[in-house]
Design a protein around this ligand. Structure first.
Ligand code: SF4
Ligand code: SF4
Length: 391
């Protein structure tokens, strides 16, 4: 058998769809320039995609047709040479269509394979988020803000070609930089994009992540029912009513924590999470009413605690809260767990206030992702191109 290469792109459904497709497609075209056949495709079970829900695309390349055919005689690759993660918050784990629990970002990355992440963070922060693996792997960061644009609007900030340039350096057997530049000129007809790829190729580097490094948590999973356990017909039982909240500081109980789906927690959908200032909350109920995912637990004293297992990070609560700075969306990379903010506020209000201040201070003047107004990309793209130029 000849040599088989597999690459996966882990991206946020819809929001980064075109970006992922551009990357997998160009991998195949660049390898083809060197006489290697390949195919790119999206993961069947992610279709139809949903906003922000992690999804995957693959590029499979063989050194010859027979090798490619053998490689393709599987539902999807069981291991990959390169995992590409186009939003660093996905490094916390990936929960797709509620059929496997939480999958570590590096689960399919081969021993000594490479995880490429688009991020402004340093390697230590990415390593801390990604789950531990039994085998070593390499981590390479393509510096920049995760590019959020996809199905309807494409943000041409060169994230695609910069990742491709890094691949040419990190896995030269897949394709070389000259083949890549030829594809970029054929496909995009843009010499500046080719320069961005070249820069990324020259600057690409990686660090080795050993088995004892990374997030030690065991990702949650559940047993799928066997075919012979499935009932005839389908019934969807209503969720039970929920239960009262218990204040772990005073022991008081009251309010309500609604029952939620056990098998689909949704937190890996978010890039941002709300932080709540319970001291300024006026208990108006708007966040609780408007949250599309019933994420707010009602506390015994009538406050609203956004449940971090359930929150998908849509930002509606921030938008509807009438009190300035009472709810603030903060980038998910700044958090290491999903514990209750209200419980920690109850425990020590002063230290919660300092924690809140510190988190809010990380928020840039303008929200960092998503398309919000006309002319926004025209303003943002030059900033990313400056990063691409610096490498
Ligand atoms: S960001 Fe706010 S409104 Fe959106 S899911 Fe999370 S708690 Fe609910
Ligand atoms: S919208 Fe704001 S003020 Fe109103 S209950 Fe929610 S957090 Fe409190």
């Amino acid at each position: 058998m000849g040599q088989l290469f597999a690459v996966e792109v882990v991206y946020r459904g819809i929001f980064q769809k075109t970006l992922a497709k551009n990357i997998t497609r160009a991998i195949v075209l660049a390898a083809h320039q060197e006489g290697k056949p390949g195919i790119s495709f999206g993961r069947y079970s992610d279709s139809p995609e949903r906003n922000g829900i992690p999804a995957k695309g693959f590029a499979i390349v063989g050194s010859d047709d027979v090798t490619l055919e053998e490689g393709m005689a599987k539902y999807e690759p069981k291991e990959v040479d390169i995992t590409i993660c186009v939003d660093d918050t996905l490094c916390k784990g990936v929960e797709s269509w509620a059929w496997y629990g939480l999958q570590p970002i590096n689960k399919l990355t081969k021993s000594n394979g490479t995880l490429i992440v688009t991020s402004r963070e340093e390697p230590a922060a990415i390593i801390a988020m990604a789950h531990r693996k039994e085998t070593p792997y390499k981590l390479s960061i393509v510096k920049g803000t995760p590019s959020f644009s996809g199905l309807w609007v494409y943000k041409d900030d060169h994230t695609d070609v910069r990742i491709l340039g890094a691949i040419a350096e990190l896995l030269p057997g897949l394709f070389g930089i000259e083949a890549l530049k030829k594809v970029i000129m054929d496909e995009w007809k843009d010499p500046v994009k080719a320069q961005s790829a070249e820069k990324a190729y020259q600057r690409a580097s990686s660090v080795t992540v050993s088995p004892n490094q990374g997030n030690p948590q065991v990702p949650y999973k559940f047993e799928l029912p066997k075919w012979h356990e499935m009932a005839e017909g389908v019934t969807i039982p209503a969720l039970p009513q929920g239960h009262a909240m218990k204040d772990s500081t005073s022991g008081a109980s009251g309010g309500i924590q609604p029952e939620r789906a056990k098998y689909f927690k949704k937190f890996s959908t978010r890039s941002y999470r709300p932080v709540v200032d319970f001291d300024t909350c006026i208990k108006c109920t708007l966040c609780w009413l408007q949250c599309p995912d019933t994420c707010f637990d009602v506390t015994p004293e009538g406050l609203y605690d956004a449940n971090m297992e359930a929150c998908c990070g849509c930002g509606v609560c921030e938008a509807v809260c009438p009190v300035p700075n009472c709810v603030t969306m903060v980038n998910e990379v700044h958090f290491s767990d999903n514990s209750s903010q209200w419980q920690s506020w109850r425990k020590n209000k002063d230290s919660y206030k300092s924690w809140l201040k510190e988190k809010i201070a990380t928020k840039p003047a303008e929200r960092e992702h998503g398309f919000r107004y006309r002319g926004q990309y025209a303003k943002e793209v030059p900033e990313m191109l400056a990063i691409a130029k610096e490498g």
